[in-house]
Design a protein around this ligand. Structure first.
Ligand code: G3P
Ligand code: CA
Length: 375
Protein backbone atom coordinates (compact mmCIF):
# COMPACT_ATOMS: atom_id res chain seq x y z
CA UNK A 1 0.00 0.00 0.00
CA UNK A 2 1.44 3.45 -0.90
CA UNK A 3 2.61 5.59 2.03
CA UNK A 4 1.01 8.95 2.71
CA UNK A 5 4.11 10.63 1.27
CA UNK A 6 3.95 8.54 -1.94
CA UNK A 7 0.22 9.23 -2.26
CA UNK A 8 0.87 12.95 -1.87
CA UNK A 9 3.65 12.79 -4.50
CA UNK A 10 1.34 10.98 -6.91
CA UNK A 11 -1.43 13.48 -6.32
CA UNK A 12 0.98 16.35 -6.88
CA UNK A 13 2.29 14.69 -10.05
CA UNK A 14 -1.24 14.31 -11.39
CA UNK A 15 -1.92 17.96 -10.67
CA UNK A 16 1.32 19.00 -12.39
CA UNK A 17 0.87 16.54 -15.27
CA UNK A 18 4.06 14.62 -14.44
CA UNK A 19 4.58 10.90 -15.00
CA UNK A 20 4.65 8.52 -12.06
CA UNK A 21 8.37 7.87 -12.63
CA UNK A 22 9.20 11.55 -12.48
CA UNK A 23 7.27 11.94 -9.26
CA UNK A 24 8.81 8.89 -7.59
CA UNK A 25 11.86 8.91 -5.40
CA UNK A 26 14.04 7.34 -8.16
CA UNK A 27 17.41 9.12 -8.38
CA UNK A 28 17.63 11.69 -11.16
CA UNK A 29 20.00 10.96 -14.09
CA UNK A 30 22.36 13.61 -12.63
CA UNK A 31 22.38 11.74 -9.34
CA UNK A 32 22.97 8.43 -11.13
CA UNK A 33 25.95 9.93 -12.94
CA UNK A 34 27.35 11.45 -9.77
CA UNK A 35 27.08 8.09 -8.00
CA UNK A 36 29.45 6.62 -10.63
CA UNK A 37 31.76 9.66 -10.65
CA UNK A 38 30.67 10.61 -14.17
CA UNK A 39 30.22 14.29 -15.13
CA UNK A 40 26.67 15.24 -16.12
CA UNK A 41 26.33 16.02 -18.93
CA UNK A 42 29.54 14.38 -20.10
CA UNK A 43 31.82 15.55 -22.92
CA UNK A 44 33.28 12.46 -24.60
CA UNK A 45 36.00 13.24 -27.15
CA UNK A 46 35.37 10.69 -29.89
CA UNK A 47 38.75 9.32 -31.07
CA UNK A 48 40.13 12.49 -29.44
CA UNK A 49 39.36 15.94 -30.84
CA UNK A 50 39.13 14.22 -34.20
CA UNK A 51 37.47 17.01 -36.17
CA UNK A 52 40.57 19.17 -35.74
CA UNK A 53 43.36 16.57 -35.74
CA UNK A 54 43.88 13.04 -37.11
CA UNK A 55 41.71 10.62 -35.15
CA UNK A 56 43.25 8.48 -32.39
CA UNK A 57 46.65 10.22 -32.59
CA UNK A 58 48.58 12.16 -29.96
CA UNK A 59 47.57 15.46 -31.60
CA UNK A 60 43.87 14.61 -31.24
CA UNK A 61 44.07 13.23 -27.70
CA UNK A 62 46.28 16.04 -26.33
CA UNK A 63 43.96 18.60 -27.91
CA UNK A 64 40.86 17.00 -26.34
CA UNK A 65 42.60 16.78 -22.96
CA UNK A 66 43.78 20.38 -22.94
CA UNK A 67 40.45 21.76 -24.16
CA UNK A 68 38.90 20.16 -21.07
CA UNK A 69 36.98 17.14 -22.40
CA UNK A 70 35.79 14.77 -19.68
CA UNK A 71 36.78 11.59 -21.54
CA UNK A 72 39.15 10.48 -24.29
CA UNK A 73 37.30 7.87 -26.36
CA UNK A 74 39.15 5.05 -28.07
CA UNK A 75 38.53 1.85 -30.00
CA UNK A 76 40.71 -0.90 -28.60
CA UNK A 77 42.46 -3.53 -30.72
CA UNK A 78 45.38 -5.91 -30.14
CA UNK A 79 48.44 -6.23 -32.39
CA UNK A 80 49.80 -9.54 -33.71
CA UNK A 81 52.34 -9.52 -30.87
CA UNK A 82 49.76 -8.76 -28.17
CA UNK A 83 50.04 -4.99 -27.68
CA UNK A 84 46.82 -3.05 -27.01
CA UNK A 85 46.42 -0.07 -29.33
CA UNK A 86 43.76 2.34 -30.60
CA UNK A 87 42.24 2.20 -34.08
CA UNK A 88 38.66 2.46 -35.26
CA UNK A 89 38.65 0.59 -38.57
CA UNK A 90 39.29 -3.08 -39.03
CA UNK A 91 42.07 -2.34 -41.51
CA UNK A 92 44.61 0.45 -41.96
CA UNK A 93 43.71 1.80 -45.39
CA UNK A 94 41.60 4.85 -44.53
CA UNK A 95 43.81 6.30 -41.81
CA UNK A 96 47.37 5.38 -42.74
CA UNK A 97 49.85 4.92 -45.59
CA UNK A 98 49.73 1.12 -45.33
CA UNK A 99 49.15 0.88 -49.09
CA UNK A 100 52.59 2.36 -49.80
CA UNK A 101 54.49 0.78 -46.87
CA UNK A 102 52.98 -2.73 -47.08
CA UNK A 103 51.28 -2.87 -50.52
CA UNK A 104 50.78 -6.62 -50.51
CA UNK A 105 49.23 -6.54 -47.02
CA UNK A 106 47.16 -3.37 -47.38
CA UNK A 107 43.83 -5.22 -47.04
CA UNK A 108 44.93 -7.23 -44.00
CA UNK A 109 43.29 -6.50 -40.68
CA UNK A 110 45.31 -4.23 -38.38
CA UNK A 111 45.73 -7.11 -35.96
CA UNK A 112 47.83 -8.98 -38.55
CA UNK A 113 50.62 -6.43 -37.94
CA UNK A 114 53.08 -6.33 -35.06
CA UNK A 115 53.21 -3.14 -33.01
CA UNK A 116 56.64 -2.37 -34.49
CA UNK A 117 55.11 -2.61 -37.98
CA UNK A 118 52.13 -0.45 -36.99
CA UNK A 119 54.57 2.14 -35.64
CA UNK A 120 56.20 2.52 -39.07
CA UNK A 121 52.92 3.88 -40.51
CA UNK A 122 52.02 7.53 -41.03
CA UNK A 123 48.63 8.01 -39.35
CA UNK A 124 48.42 11.76 -40.00
CA UNK A 125 48.90 12.55 -43.69
CA UNK A 126 45.54 11.06 -44.76
CA UNK A 127 43.84 13.78 -42.66
CA UNK A 128 45.64 16.56 -44.54
CA UNK A 129 44.43 15.12 -47.85
CA UNK A 130 40.87 14.52 -46.62
CA UNK A 131 40.50 17.91 -44.86
CA UNK A 132 42.83 20.45 -46.54
CA UNK A 133 41.19 23.32 -44.66
CA UNK A 134 42.31 21.74 -41.34
CA UNK A 135 45.63 20.35 -42.57
CA UNK A 136 48.91 20.98 -40.69
CA UNK A 137 52.42 20.06 -41.72
CA UNK A 138 52.98 18.78 -38.18
CA UNK A 139 50.36 16.05 -38.69
CA UNK A 140 52.56 14.29 -41.23
CA UNK A 141 54.08 11.20 -39.65
CA UNK A 142 51.81 10.99 -36.58
CA UNK A 143 51.81 7.48 -35.13
CA UNK A 144 49.21 4.89 -34.17
CA UNK A 145 49.12 4.91 -30.35
CA UNK A 146 49.29 2.10 -27.85
CA UNK A 147 46.89 2.14 -24.91
CA UNK A 148 49.89 2.86 -22.68
CA UNK A 149 50.65 6.00 -24.67
CA UNK A 150 47.04 7.19 -24.43
CA UNK A 151 47.13 6.64 -20.67
CA UNK A 152 50.31 8.75 -20.55
CA UNK A 153 48.48 11.51 -22.43
CA UNK A 154 45.45 11.31 -20.11
CA UNK A 155 47.77 11.70 -17.13
CA UNK A 156 49.97 14.32 -18.76
CA UNK A 157 48.29 17.62 -17.90
CA UNK A 158 48.58 18.60 -14.25
CA UNK A 159 45.52 20.90 -14.43
CA UNK A 160 43.03 18.68 -16.21
CA UNK A 161 42.97 14.90 -16.14
CA UNK A 162 40.33 13.37 -18.41
CA UNK A 163 39.05 9.86 -18.02
CA UNK A 164 39.23 7.07 -20.60
CA UNK A 165 36.16 5.78 -22.44
CA UNK A 166 37.32 2.50 -23.96
CA UNK A 167 35.44 0.44 -26.57
CA UNK A 168 36.28 -3.19 -27.17
CA UNK A 169 36.15 -3.01 -30.98
CA UNK A 170 35.13 -6.21 -32.81
CA UNK A 171 35.99 -8.11 -29.62
CA UNK A 172 35.31 -11.52 -31.19
CA UNK A 173 38.52 -10.97 -33.18
CA UNK A 174 40.44 -10.61 -29.92
CA UNK A 175 39.66 -13.46 -27.52
CA UNK A 176 40.73 -12.48 -24.01
CA UNK A 177 41.04 -8.75 -24.74
CA UNK A 178 38.81 -7.94 -21.78
CA UNK A 179 41.31 -9.68 -19.48
CA UNK A 180 44.28 -7.99 -21.20
CA UNK A 181 42.59 -4.64 -20.70
CA UNK A 182 42.00 -5.32 -17.03
CA UNK A 183 45.67 -6.21 -16.55
CA UNK A 184 46.84 -3.07 -18.32
CA UNK A 185 44.50 -0.78 -16.36
CA UNK A 186 45.49 -2.50 -13.14
CA UNK A 187 49.23 -2.18 -13.89
CA UNK A 188 48.78 1.51 -14.65
CA UNK A 189 46.82 2.15 -11.43
CA UNK A 190 43.58 2.93 -13.24
CA UNK A 191 41.51 0.37 -11.34
CA UNK A 192 42.45 1.48 -7.86
CA UNK A 193 39.77 3.13 -5.73
CA UNK A 194 39.53 6.90 -5.99
CA UNK A 195 40.08 9.38 -3.21
CA UNK A 196 36.69 10.85 -2.28
CA UNK A 197 38.03 14.40 -2.45
CA UNK A 198 39.31 13.93 -5.99
CA UNK A 199 36.14 12.19 -7.11
CA UNK A 200 34.17 15.33 -6.24
CA UNK A 201 36.48 17.66 -8.15
CA UNK A 202 35.26 18.67 -11.58
CA UNK A 203 38.83 18.69 -12.84
CA UNK A 204 39.59 15.19 -11.69
CA UNK A 205 37.39 12.90 -13.82
CA UNK A 206 40.56 10.94 -14.58
CA UNK A 207 41.25 10.43 -10.88
CA UNK A 208 37.74 9.75 -9.60
CA UNK A 209 35.69 6.57 -9.58
CA UNK A 210 34.34 7.32 -13.07
CA UNK A 211 37.84 7.59 -14.54
CA UNK A 212 37.29 4.63 -16.87
CA UNK A 213 34.10 3.80 -18.72
CA UNK A 214 34.01 0.61 -20.78
CA UNK A 215 31.80 0.39 -23.86
CA UNK A 216 30.89 -2.27 -26.37
CA UNK A 217 28.28 -3.18 -28.98
CA UNK A 218 28.78 -6.88 -28.21
CA UNK A 219 26.73 -8.59 -25.55
CA UNK A 220 29.40 -11.25 -25.00
CA UNK A 221 32.06 -8.58 -24.44
CA UNK A 222 29.84 -6.71 -21.98
CA UNK A 223 29.50 -9.92 -20.00
CA UNK A 224 33.27 -10.49 -20.02
CA UNK A 225 33.99 -6.89 -19.07
CA UNK A 226 31.57 -7.22 -16.18
CA UNK A 227 33.25 -10.43 -15.06
CA UNK A 228 36.76 -8.93 -15.27
CA UNK A 229 36.00 -5.44 -13.92
CA UNK A 230 32.69 -5.49 -12.04
CA UNK A 231 33.43 -2.17 -10.33
CA UNK A 232 34.07 -0.20 -13.55
CA UNK A 233 31.11 1.62 -15.19
CA UNK A 234 29.98 0.08 -18.47
CA UNK A 235 27.87 1.24 -21.41
CA UNK A 236 26.14 -1.00 -23.93
CA UNK A 237 26.31 0.66 -27.35
CA UNK A 238 23.11 0.44 -29.39
CA UNK A 239 22.29 0.64 -33.04
CA UNK A 240 19.76 -0.87 -35.40
CA UNK A 241 21.38 -3.66 -37.40
CA UNK A 242 21.73 -7.37 -37.66
CA UNK A 243 23.28 -8.65 -34.43
CA UNK A 244 22.11 -5.58 -32.56
CA UNK A 245 18.61 -4.07 -32.24
CA UNK A 246 16.46 -5.91 -34.76
CA UNK A 247 15.23 -3.58 -37.53
CA UNK A 248 11.62 -3.18 -38.59
CA UNK A 249 12.70 -3.67 -42.21
CA UNK A 250 15.28 -6.23 -43.32
CA UNK A 251 16.01 -4.37 -46.57
CA UNK A 252 19.78 -3.78 -46.85
CA UNK A 253 21.37 -0.50 -47.97
CA UNK A 254 22.22 -2.07 -51.33
CA UNK A 255 18.64 -3.26 -51.81
CA UNK A 256 17.09 -0.01 -50.57
CA UNK A 257 17.90 2.06 -53.64
CA UNK A 258 19.07 4.90 -51.38
CA UNK A 259 22.25 6.68 -52.47
CA UNK A 260 22.96 8.18 -49.08
CA UNK A 261 23.73 5.90 -46.12
CA UNK A 262 22.52 8.51 -43.61
CA UNK A 263 19.13 8.65 -45.37
CA UNK A 264 18.96 4.86 -45.30
CA UNK A 265 19.84 4.65 -41.59
CA UNK A 266 17.40 7.45 -40.71
CA UNK A 267 14.60 5.18 -41.97
CA UNK A 268 15.82 2.20 -39.93
CA UNK A 269 13.78 1.69 -36.77
CA UNK A 270 13.71 -0.96 -34.08
CA UNK A 271 11.28 -3.77 -34.95
CA UNK A 272 9.00 -2.50 -32.19
CA UNK A 273 9.07 -0.76 -28.84
CA UNK A 274 9.60 -4.02 -26.98
CA UNK A 275 12.74 -4.78 -29.02
CA UNK A 276 14.33 -1.49 -27.95
CA UNK A 277 13.29 -2.09 -24.35
CA UNK A 278 14.75 -5.62 -24.39
CA UNK A 279 18.21 -4.20 -25.17
CA UNK A 280 17.97 -1.64 -22.39
CA UNK A 281 16.76 -4.32 -20.00
CA UNK A 282 19.64 -6.56 -21.03
CA UNK A 283 22.16 -3.76 -20.37
CA UNK A 284 20.76 -3.31 -16.90
CA UNK A 285 20.73 -7.03 -16.14
CA UNK A 286 24.40 -7.30 -17.13
CA UNK A 287 25.43 -4.49 -14.79
CA UNK A 288 25.82 -1.64 -17.31
CA UNK A 289 25.28 1.86 -15.93
CA UNK A 290 23.86 3.08 -19.21
CA UNK A 291 23.46 2.79 -22.94
CA UNK A 292 25.23 4.47 -25.87
CA UNK A 293 22.63 4.86 -28.62
CA UNK A 294 23.10 6.19 -32.16
CA UNK A 295 21.52 9.39 -33.46
CA UNK A 296 20.26 10.66 -36.82
CA UNK A 297 22.12 13.89 -37.62
CA UNK A 298 20.42 16.94 -39.11
CA UNK A 299 23.06 17.31 -41.81
CA UNK A 300 23.58 13.59 -42.41
CA UNK A 301 27.11 12.34 -43.02
CA UNK A 302 28.86 9.06 -42.35
CA UNK A 303 28.20 9.12 -38.59
CA UNK A 304 24.44 9.56 -38.94
CA UNK A 305 22.47 6.47 -37.99
CA UNK A 306 19.04 5.55 -36.63
CA UNK A 307 17.46 7.90 -34.14
CA UNK A 308 17.65 5.92 -30.89
CA UNK A 309 17.40 8.97 -28.62
CA UNK A 310 13.73 9.75 -28.98
CA UNK A 311 12.33 11.15 -25.72
CA UNK A 312 10.38 7.97 -24.91
CA UNK A 313 13.54 5.90 -25.36
CA UNK A 314 15.58 8.10 -23.00
CA UNK A 315 12.73 8.16 -20.53
CA UNK A 316 12.46 4.38 -20.54
CA UNK A 317 16.23 4.06 -20.06
CA UNK A 318 16.16 6.52 -17.16
CA UNK A 319 13.27 4.67 -15.58
CA UNK A 320 15.51 1.59 -15.50
CA UNK A 321 18.09 3.66 -13.58
CA UNK A 322 20.45 3.88 -16.56
CA UNK A 323 22.23 6.81 -18.24
CA UNK A 324 22.23 7.70 -21.95
CA UNK A 325 25.46 8.73 -23.77
CA UNK A 326 24.65 9.35 -27.43
CA UNK A 327 27.08 9.03 -30.37
CA UNK A 328 28.39 10.97 -32.43
CA UNK A 329 27.30 14.59 -32.61
CA UNK A 330 29.16 17.70 -33.80
CA UNK A 331 26.60 20.43 -34.53
CA UNK A 332 24.87 22.79 -32.09
CA UNK A 333 21.48 22.07 -33.65
CA UNK A 334 21.89 18.38 -32.81
CA UNK A 335 23.45 19.05 -29.35
CA UNK A 336 20.27 20.97 -28.53
CA UNK A 337 17.98 18.32 -30.02
CA UNK A 338 19.47 15.41 -28.07
CA UNK A 339 19.75 17.38 -24.83
CA UNK A 340 16.07 18.34 -25.18
CA UNK A 341 15.34 14.64 -25.71
CA UNK A 342 17.02 13.90 -22.38
CA UNK A 343 20.50 12.45 -22.96
CA UNK A 344 23.19 12.57 -20.25
CA UNK A 345 26.33 12.98 -22.33
CA UNK A 346 27.53 13.21 -25.91
CA UNK A 347 30.28 11.58 -27.94
CA UNK A 348 31.65 14.33 -30.18
CA UNK A 349 34.48 14.84 -32.65
CA UNK A 350 34.34 18.55 -31.74
CA UNK A 351 35.02 18.72 -28.01
CA UNK A 352 35.66 22.49 -28.28
CA UNK A 353 32.14 23.08 -29.66
CA UNK A 354 30.37 20.83 -27.16
CA UNK A 355 32.23 22.48 -24.26
CA UNK A 356 31.04 25.88 -25.56
CA UNK A 357 27.49 24.54 -25.86
CA UNK A 358 27.60 23.34 -22.24
CA UNK A 359 28.92 26.79 -21.17
CA UNK A 360 32.26 25.29 -20.22
CA UNK A 361 34.39 26.88 -22.95
CA UNK A 362 38.06 26.02 -23.13
CA UNK A 363 40.46 28.69 -21.89
CA UNK A 364 42.34 28.63 -25.21
CA UNK A 365 41.35 28.20 -28.85
CA UNK A 366 41.86 24.98 -30.81
CA UNK A 367 44.71 26.66 -32.72
CA UNK A 368 46.40 27.83 -29.52
CA UNK A 369 46.18 24.41 -27.88
CA UNK A 370 47.53 22.69 -31.00
CA UNK A 371 50.43 25.16 -31.08
CA UNK A 372 51.12 24.73 -27.36
CA UNK A 373 51.45 21.00 -28.01
CA UNK A 374 53.83 21.54 -30.91
CA UNK A 375 51.40 20.96 -33.79
O1 G3P B 1 31.91 4.29 -29.20
C1 G3P B 1 30.85 5.12 -29.51
C2 G3P B 1 30.91 5.33 -30.94
O2 G3P B 1 32.26 5.58 -31.18
C3 G3P B 1 30.47 4.11 -31.67
O3 G3P B 1 30.71 4.21 -32.98
O4 G3P B 1 31.87 3.29 -34.87
O5 G3P B 1 32.60 5.46 -33.95
O6 G3P B 1 33.10 3.38 -32.73
P1 G3P B 1 32.15 4.07 -33.65
CA1 CA C 1 34.00 3.95 -30.60
Amino acid sequence: MPSTITKSALLLSMLLGLSQAQASSEPSPAALASRSGIPHPAVIAHRGASFDAPESTAAAYKLARDLGADYLELDLQRSKDGVLFALHDNDLQRTSDVASKFPERKDSPANAFTMAELKTLDAGSWFNSAYPDRARASYVGLKILTLDEIIDIAQGNSLHKPGLYIETKEPKQFPGIEHDLKKKLQDRGWLSPAGSKLAKSELAVGQGKGKVILQTFEKSSLELLQKEMPQVPKILLLWVAEGSIEPESKVSFAESGEHDKAAYYAKQHPKDKAEFQRWVDYAKTQGAIGTGPSAALTHGGDQSYSDLVQPWMNQYTHEQGLLVHVYTIDDAVDYQKVMDAGVDGIFTNRASELLKFYKRPAAASVTQVLQNNGY
